[in-house]
Design a protein around this ligand. Structure first.
Ligand code: NAI
Ligand code: MG
Length: 344
């Protein structure tokens, strides 16, 4: 029997509820599909920070490196701990240290879920570059606070970074509809995005069965709303992907449905799987968080680990539940979870 070691970090607020839900679904799937999941739970969170003065222990990354994957809930308790502290103390180090360069987000309107568009078909896979580009953090300010102030922030695109994210996109496109949209803005950004376009063209030669279209970021945002059926796999830089994935989450019915994976395809480092949403302090402790995003992220983890049948079964079960009941309207986290488990 195959066996996987998973580091579980529920985090704060509803992160705790939805992670518990996702783990129950995972445990049930493991039994049903005959593999073993060993979860080790870590209390690293804002509460942990208030007690220990750090979001995770000094050897946290080293500890996580022993696992096959990391399953995360959400981190943040803005009333007590500044978001910059919680983000930079846990999430960002994990993404950086394990070089989780592909941020993968499936945006699909599940059966029965009502989105804001008058369309029932919406199925897009967004792949966002997760390590460089516009969010490289290179820049500075001088003459701060005076009328002469200057602020500079430079995007850093490396050929290696651009090539590997595009390559990952092409591989996903081969597994799906064989259509890839490369997001650019080379009409206005004449260095970084022109290189992005060139690398897109070069990498495309290795995937002759994939049809590539180039869209400017503004145009593809409109297209996602007006003609989403013309899009399938989308590859974008850090900033462009950030914006498009929020749009995608909105169109698929909101944050309660948006799942994500932070991937490094190298199986020797743990990739991290988490719902897109945060700790939702406004509804924390009420037992009404939608666990679908977390459960879907857990399914992505199984897919990454190679348990494809179980991953598919979870998604089908989720959709059976959303098709039958209105998950959005007052169902409790535990009710939705039980229904998904029953459907598996
Ligand atoms: P949020 O995603 O926590 O909440 C935004 C809104 O969506 C709230 O009204 C919330 O009730 C609702 N919502 C989110 N997830 C839901 C779910 N599963 N079911 C039902 N409703 C849901 O974003 P917000 O309020 O901006 O941030 C709260 C805290 O979370 C902050 O400390 C922030 O830094 C942190 N955060 C952490 C993330 C992470 O760990 N990856 C991602 C985003 C925010
Ligand atoms: Mg965002």
């Amino acid at each position: 029997m195959k066996s996987y070691q998973v580091a579980v970090i529920p985090g704060d607020g509803i992160g705790v509820d939805v992670t518990k839900a996702a783990w129950q679904v995972l445990e049930h799937s493991a039994k049903r599909f005959d593999f073993a999941l060993n979860g080790k739970w870590f209390p690293w969170s804002c509460e942990y920070y208030l007690e220990h003065g750090e979001m995770m222990p000094k050897n946290g990354i080293e500890t996580l490196s022993q696992f096959n994957a990391v399953l995360l809930g959400a981190v943040g308790w803005p009333e007590k701990v500044a978001d910059s502290v919680s983000l930079h103390g846990l999430l960002l180090p994990i993404r950086k240290q394990f070089d989780l360069y592909a941020n993968v987000r499936p945006h699909r309107l599940l059966a029965g879920v009502e989105g804001p568009l008058r369309k029932s078909e919406f199925d897009i896979l967004c792949i966002r570059e997760n390590t460089e580009g516009e969010y490289s953090g290179a820049g500075g300010r001088i003459h701060q606070g005076t009328p002469a102030e200057v602020a500079v922030e430079t995007s850093i695109f490396t050929r290696r970074g651009v090539e590997r994210i595009l390559r990952y996109g092409f591989e996903m496109a081969q597994k799906r509809s064989k259509r890839l949209a490369s997001v650019t803005k080379s009409n206005a950004q004449k260095y970084t995005m022109v290189m992005w376009d060139e690398v897109t063209e070069e990498v495309a030669r290795d995937y002759p069965d994939v049809t590539v279209n180039r869209y400017h970021i503004d145009a593809i945002a409109a297209r996602m709303v007006m003609n989403p059926e013309t899009l399938d796999v989308i590859v974008a830089s850090n900033l462009f992907g950030d914006i498009l994935t929020d749009l995608g989450a909105a169109i698929q019915g909101g944050l309660g449905y948006a799942a994500s994976a932070n991937l490094n395809p190298d199986p020797t480092v743990p990739s991290m799987f988490e719902p897109v949403h945060g700790s939702a302090p406004d509804i924390a402790g009420q037992g009404i968080a939608n666990p679908v995003a977390a459960i879907w992220s857990a399914a992505m983890m199984l897919e990454h680990l190679g348990e494809t049948t179980a991953a598919r079964a979870i998604l089908e079960a989720v959709e059976t539940v959303t098709a039958q009941q209105q998950v959005n309207h007052g169902m409790k986290t535990t009710e939705i979870t039980a229904a998904v488990i029953a459907a598996i």
